[in-house]
Design a protein around this ligand. Structure first.
Ligand code: SAH
Length: 255
């Protein structure tokens, strides 16, 4: 019942009537047993489902055209990835704070980066910066094989818990994304969700030839969304796709 506080008023009223009318004398624990959570959770899931669908529609209006990305966004409960106190903002198109001074990216940014990846089911994708786990959920929904690295142990652990609770099982790693995952390379696509000042060389060499990386490159004041294609052993082609602001990509781990 972790979302109890977020019941919409009509559902809260129904619950209140149910509790006072039928089990007025029940204790907290027996009340928990007697209410059929399934019924209420179904309503609740429906509510979040509708909110996620509305968010996907908003992103479509804002220029996201890849239907597979929109479908993924429409089916993920973003509220599960943030602090309960921020639930009211979960389906607004804005970034939100998570633990350790990091952020869950703005949904438009998540969708934009994912669209730039042009994913095909079965591709092997490395994400740098698991954060809340939301982007990893989007990638999982798209039917790709997901690997994701986070440098804060607490974020790695809570993202894993959130994702597994929702039935997503991406390959999550606690470590420094600048190192990548040489033992699992090459990757078809690499997605960086924190901003390096320069493109991380080691990661470029973990792309398969023909694969590409989506990375916001630049300093604290802003970054250029950059796509880098590996077209040969040591040959790369670059294109830019708009201005964004991300938290910085930092070296080392925080245990
Ligand atoms: N994709 C995340 C966005 C999180 S913000 C989401 O959907 O919520 C960026 C994340 O990158 C932060 O959690 C930050 O800790 C992480 N990060 C920054 N530098 C990193 C590095 N070198 N290796 C791994 N993760 C890093």
């Amino acid at each position: 019942m972790k979302r109890e506080k977020q019941y919409p008023i009509p559902v809260a009223v129904i619950i209140a009537l149910f509790c006072t009318g039928l089990i007025a004398c029940a204790s907290n624990s027996s009340r928990n047993q007697q209410i059929k959570p399934d019924i209420y959770m179904t309503d609740l899931h429906q509510q979040y489902n509708n909110e996620a669908k509305k968010l996907a529609k908003e992103l479509e209006r804002k220029g996201i055209s890849d239907k597979t990305v929109l479908t993924a966004i429409a089916s993920i409960p973003r509220d599960s990835f943030i602090d309960k106190q921020l639930s009211a903002y979960a389906y607004q198109d804005r970034p939100l704070p998570i633990e350790s001074g990091q952020t869950i990216s703005q949904p438009f940014t998540v969708a934009w980066q994912t669209q730039l990846l042009q994913l095909k089911p079965g591709e092997k994708v490395l994400e740098i910066g698991t954060g809340s786990g939301y982007q990893a959920a989007v990638l999982s929904e798209m039917g790709v094989e997901v690997y994701s690295i986070e440098r804060y142990r607490n974020l790695y652990e809570s993202a894993k818990e959130t994702l597994n609770k929702l039935g997503y099982y991406p390959n999550l790693f606690f470590g420094d994304g600048y190192e990548g995952l040489p033992e699992h390379a090459p990757f078809d696509k690499i997605l960086i969700t924190a901003a390096p000042e320069k493109v991380p060389e080691k990661l470029l060499h973990q792309l398969r030839i023909g694969g590409w990386m989506v990375v916001p490159v630049g300093g604290k004041t802003g970054q250029k969304m950059t796509v880098i294609r590996r077209v040969g052993e040591n040959e790369f082609k670059k294109s830019e796709h708009g201005d964004f602001i991300f938290v910085p990509m930092q070296e080392g781990i925080v245990d």
